[in-house]
Write a protein that binds this ligand. Sequence first.
Ligand SMILES: Cc1cc2nc3c(=O)[nH]c(=O)nc-3n(C[C@H](O)[C@H](O)[C@H](O)COP(=O)(O)O)c2cc1C
Length: 290
Amino acid sequence: MNYYFAPMEGITGYIYRNAHNKVFGGIDKYFSPFISPIAKKDLKTKERNDILPEHNESLHLVPQILTNSAKDFVRIGKILANDYEYEEINLNLGCPVRTVVSKKKGSGFLAYPEKIDEFLDIVYNELPNLKLSIKTRLGMTDEEEFDELLEIYNKYPLSELIIHARIQADYYKYTPRLHAFKKAAGMTNHKLCYNGDLCSLEDIEAFHKEFPMVDTVMIGRGLLTNPALLQGTLTKENLLTFHNEIYTSYREVLSGDTPVLYKMKELWCYMGALVPDDKKELKQIKKLID
Ligand SMILES: Cc1cc2nc3c(=O)[nH]c(=O)nc-3n(C[C@H](O)[C@H](O)[C@H](O)COP(=O)(O)O)c2cc1C
């Protein structure tokens, strides 16, 4: 099985990734939180810092771009490929957030299959040597939309297709649409990666049992909650090392206590689920960072 760490904006930046890779490892590819290009502009400082090869030295990073403009994708793609030697770039067609969707980006782009076709045509003409992967949802309002989308994806030599088995309207609610994922798996020759709600080794095992032909899964919240998920050995010691690695690095790059507190607090929103029943310790942590 190949394991990918899902991109999570605001959380899985290079500081988190490096700490995770150093303390736990076991991840075949990390994906950067999305880069959102501005017309005619270069990468923003924060985006550049996140993908700089010297900030990602001992891990495999795939930068992700969120846009509906082929021109912007190509411009940023050329920077990533030529200046930073990235071989693979991922296109975000999954983000369900309303402000993104209203700009016809992320899963909002899925409502315009013919525009996606034009987009991919331009990208492959301009960047013929680039490995392009797509992270997609199954549609905007109906999983039946995926038939047409998949027909378009099938026209292009994608390096892989990562499917978050929900539609935009699901947001992160309900159970993933495994039946629709199964249908898609039967309709494509693309290398598939499954994403959605794999939060334990049992979940992964059950998925593998049902989909033995899909050998790659992407995990997000499950790994945020238990960063040792794939090793199965979270100890007080490795959690503390991991925590301190992240905390120290944030202290070095962020100015002042407040932004560091916000970052740590967001992490505890996920890792807090690990704290045992009485939650006294968690309450203490929350009190400290409130
Ligand atoms: C806080 C947060 C930020 C996210 N940021 C991104 C992002 O930048 N790019 C992306 O493709 N998906 C993003 N996602 C979606 C995740 O990558 C993933 O698809 C989703 O959490 C489902 O996987 P999971 O059930 O394993 O968590 C984000 C999700 C969350 C909760």
